[in-house]
Design a protein around this ligand. Structure first.
Ligand code: 26Y
Length: 761
């Protein structure tokens, strides 16, 4: 009997051919879940990693899990033989958007690699009923709706474990859900451990909005990822969530460690905690509290906790570094507030007069990162440049006292999702050229042998074209926009943030539009695609979305221009969209203000799929440039030292750039009659005012260079062979960015766990 028939008959008593896509989805889910369950966990290994994260942006799991189980082709062939298409079946799976962006997607790539390498390690987080909001465009503006993902047919498996979390005045009892995490061809599995609360209900959400009573903790605790925290109630809810997550996680660790033989004094031989940015940093005082409750004295509890906790920093942006008012902690969890006070006192005694390293500052705010650095044994940045900036400026005061705690771990991406699943045709072609060994080693360098092989370059172009067609088809069905699959596809997809400078690309678009109106027709049509959500409370970011959508409408309506130039903003950008967009892309926009993007991981995904990078020397772009060489990448803009210096000396004046004759008309276009006819005056005038008078992330400083290099990039595209050769070199050099390499390094330098698979490049 074939792999599917049994399941189909058991469930529906009819042949595959007669099942709906929804029914087939249920069948495949059952099949994958059963196959996963057959795999043992890694619990026979003594020491275990707990990757604590507020976000796991896992994306859809079906085809990824089929691939990791090694049965994708078998299943796919049987579906095809029965007139089914796996892509259609996948539409039935709802994407769990349990993350914002980079940090959450990194956590998802990491658990895949941890399992692939045969490391004992689970992810610990919360089971949000709604992930990040669903973005819907209305009148050229972003609106936010709840985005449900939990249905009858889901990957969640209820676990019997439950813990009590003591808040001030009341206690909440958790429910644990697990999602199995599979590795590539791995004979063991790990799990995501997602804590939840049975009393949480979507009934308290105001119909058609993401608003709800923020004080009703029992009913709202795990409802949303990052509820709006612009008021005190919202901040308190975030603290409730964080403490609920870490208290459950810490109790789980103690439970499991004791079951494996720990006497708690030796806990660090059984467990290591990696905290993904500061959101889970309350695990430090909570672990101390739990250990003392179990009879360990306070000093030793601190020592034990310190010896098993490591911290990753993902940002230098001040507004993203969490600082909670101590009185709010007092209100939610007084015991934890007291422990933090004690931890702070000890450091104030140890480092008198060194205010820069205080945990509690003079405004009575708790600096979560400071606590994590003092009371953890390791702190890492996420790209070489980022770690240097932490050491030399942002966290210099800490580097001076703990030089040995600082280490770099350049981010990576899982090749399973980002090429094998997202770009099957390219993956298969690579197999033909260099054998499939790269699928486990991530070594793509043998591709370099083909850089002058015209047949190979031609085939690469054909694959790119097919991916453009696939994208075009998807955008047509999802958003009713038609893109030209023969055009240059130029893409910026990421959260909308001023430092990422979507507004700079927008100004370029205005320049290009004017240029085409003036008769300079591009040789090949150009399609610029944006995707990304703005935080609901981030006004300027929402203004930027509005301006992009409005400009894109002007261009679409203009018959002199629309054959040659198109601007599209993908609605509700998420992991699934990314899997279609990235393989179709020619130009990867990585244009953050130097020093501000800690690493970026989209940049790595694009490179792996044969896009050329147009970038500033920021985050991991620096390492990409080192690997591919400057002739295979487009670099522009001010360098990070200069920018750091400009901030230190207050040396940037937006208006002086605005006054330039190349720039002024572009910024003023925002308030032109054409824009005002279709757009919202408040939003457009606020954006224009901000660009002229504040421009805190210096969109104007690099604009002239940006315009110049963009013209060069489009020009270079016309030499198809040279372009594709560069693309091939990019693919060949992408191996370093496999998250298997990253995890191998974490394990070698920070975690020190048993590891089954060692041959990573
Ligand atoms: C404080 C809270 C509202 C908050 C929530 C989410 C703060 C930050 C974040 C998310 C940060 C994030 O995604 N950072 C990104 O992490 C990636 C993985 O390391 C990096 O590649 C990327 O440069 C960085 O912006």
């Amino acid at each position: 009997m074939s792999i599917l028939e049994n399941y189909v008959l058991d469930n529906f008593d009819k042949p595959i051919r007669e099942c709906t896509d929804q029914e087939m989805y249920k069948v495949l889910l059952d099949l994958v879940r059963d196959k996963s369950r057959e795999l043992p966990t890694n619990d026979d290994k003594k020491k275990k990693l707990y990757y604590f994260s507020a976000e796991f942006l896992i994306g859809k799991l079906l085809s990824n899990n089929l691939l990791n189980l090694g049965i994708y082709d078998e299943v796919n062939n049987e579906l095809i033989a029965n007139g089914k298409n796996i892509m259609d079946i996948e539409q039935a799976e709802l994407e769990p958007s349990l993350g914002n962006g980079g940090l959450g997607r990194l956590a998802a790539c990491f658990v895949d690699s941890i399992t692939t390498l045969g490391i004992n390690g689970d992810g610990v987080g919360l089971n949000y009923h709604f992930g990040l909001f669903k973005q819907v465009f209305k009148d050229n503006q972003q609106t936010q709706l709840p985005d449900p993902w939990i249905t009858e047919e889901s990957w969640l498996i209820k676990n019997e474990k439950s813990y009590e979390v003591p808040f001030n005045n009341f206690t909440l009892k958790s429910t644990l859900y697990d999602i199995d995490v599979l590795g590539y061809n791995s004979d063991t599995r790990n799990r995501l451990r997602l804590f939840d609360l049975d009393s949480v209900t979507s009934d308290i959400i105001e119909e058609g909005t993401i608003h709800f009573d923020k004080t009703n903790i029992e009913e709202n605790l795990t409802l949303f990822l990052y509820p709006d925290d612009s008021d005190r109630e919202g901040e308190l809810l975030r603290i409730f969530q964080q403490y609920f997550m870490v208290s459950n996680g810490a109790q789980l660790i103690l439970d499991e460690a004791v079951a494996r033989g720990s006497n708690l004094h030796d806990l660090a031989e059984y467990a290591v905690i990696q905290i993904n940015d500061t959101h889970p940093a309350f695990v430090i005082p909570e672990m101390i509290r739990l250990l003392t409750q179990r009879g360990i004295d306070f000093d030793e509890a601190i020592q034990i906790t310190q010896s098993l906790t490591a911290f990753t920093n993902h940002t230098i942006l001040a507004e993203a570094l969490e600082k909670w008012p101590i009185d709010e902690l007092e209100q939610v969890m007084p015991e934890i507030a007291n422990i933090i006070r004690e931890l702070d006192n000890r450091k104030k005694d140890e480092f008198p007069n060194n205010h820069a390293v205080s945990i509690i500052d003079e405004h009575d705010r708790v600096h979560m990162a400071h606590m994590a650095i003092h009371y953890g044994y390791s702190i890492n940045g996420v790209a070489a440049l980022h770690t240097e900036i932490l050491k030399n400026s942002e966290l210099k005061a800490f580097f001076d006292i703990y030089p040995n705690k600082f280490i770099n771990k350049t981010n990576g991406i899982t090749f399973r999702r980002w090429i094998m699943d997202a770009n099957k045709e390219l993956a298969d072609f690579i197999d033909d050229l260099i054998s499939d060994e790269w699928r486990t080693s991530a070594n793509l360098e043998p591709l370099l042998d083909f850089k002058d092989d015209e047949n190979v370059l031609t085939k690469l172009r054909a694959i790119k074209f097919n991916n453009k067609q696939r994208l075009s088809h998807r955008l047509e069905t999802m958003q009713n926009v038609t893109i030209n699959e023969h055009s240059i596809i130029d893409v910026q997809i990421k959260r909308i943030h001023e430092y990422k400078r979507q507004q700079m690309l927008l100004l370029y678009i205005i320049h290009k539009y004017n240029d085409i109106k003036n008769g300079n027709i591009p040789k090949t049509p150009i399609t610029i695609i944006f995707g990304g959500k703005a935080a609901a409370a981030y006004t300027i970011a929402r203004d930027i979305i509005h301006a992009i959508l409005t400009v894109s409408e002007i261009i679409a309506n203009d018959d002199e221009v629309n054959e040659h130039f198109q601007v599209v903003m993908v609605e509700n950008y998420n992991v699934t969209h990314a899997q279609y967009l990235i393989p179709a892309t020619d130009i990867s926009e990585q244009i953050s203000l130097a020093s501000k993007e800690a690493s970026g991981t989209g940049n790595m995904k694009f490179m792996l799929n044969g896009a050329l990078t147009l970038c500033t020397l920021d985050g991991a772009n620096v390492e990409i440039a080192d690997l591919v060489g400057e002739e295979n990448i487009y670099i522009f803009g001010k360098r990070s030292e200069e920018i750091v210096d400009l901030y230190a000396t207050n040396g940037y004046n937006a208006r002086s750039y605005y006054e330039r004759e190349t720039i002024k008309p572009l910024v003023d276009f925002l308030m032109s009659p054409k824009m005002l006819e279709l757009g919202n005056e408040d939003r457009l005038s606020r954006l224009q005012y901000d660009m002229i008078n504040k421009d805190y992330f210096m969109a104007l400083i690099d604009l002239e260079e940006f315009i110049e290099i963009k013209e060069k990039v489009y020009e270079d595209y016309e030499d198809h062979d040279t372009w594709t050769r560069k693309a091939l070199i990019n693919i060949a050099k992408a191996g370093f960015f496999s998250s298997d390499r990253t995890i191998n390094e974490y394990n070698r330098d920070i975690w020190h766990l048993e590891q089954d698979i060692k041959n990573v490049n």
